[in-house]
Structure formats: structure tokens, C-alpha cells
Write a protein that binds this ligand. Structure first.
Ligand code: SF4
Length: 67
């Protein structure tokens, strides 16, 4: 059992922290369908999920409209 699993629902960010390495990855937002697939795979392995690695999760439209 993991203490926490990180899911990067987007790599898009509206900040520019000095310590943050630049990424050349394509800017993306995870679909709700993909998120559900991931949650189904990991839910037995943790009780806590953090919605970021890089990126600002609150920029995700589907996250903002569902709260
Ligand atoms: S991804 Fe995180 S660390 Fe990087 S610029 Fe955005 S808020 Fe800062």
C-alpha cells in the first residue's frame, strides 16, 4: 500500500517557479475517461491521491466545473 499516489492531470501551469525545470512535453489535460481508468487501477493501492506532478491541476476545466 502506498501512502500517496500522484496523478498528473495536466502539465499546463500558469506559474513560473524558478526551481521548476522546463518541460518540452506537449501540453495536455487528462480526459475524465483516462482519469477514471487510472483510478480503477490504483484505488486498492492507496487512500490518497495528489493531482499534480508538474502543472496546475486547478486549470483543468473538468475539475473546476465539478466542484
Ligand atoms: S509546475 Fe509547479 S513548480 Fe512548476 S511552475 Fe508550475 S507551480 Fe511552479
Amino acid at each position: 500500500m502506498f501512502k500517496k499516489i500522484y496523478i498528473e492531470i495536466t502539465n499546463v501551469c500558469n506559474l513560473n517557479c524558478k526551481f521548476c525545470p522546463e518541460t518540452k512535453r506537449k501540453k495536455e489535460f487528462m480526459t475524465a475517461q483516462k482519469f477514471e481508468e487510472v483510478i480503477k487501477k490504483i484505488h486498492k493501492h492507496t487512500k490518497m491521491v495528489a493531482l499534480h506532478v508538474k502543472g496546475e491541476p486547478l486549470l483543468h476545466n473538468e475539475l473546476r466545473t465539478n466542484f
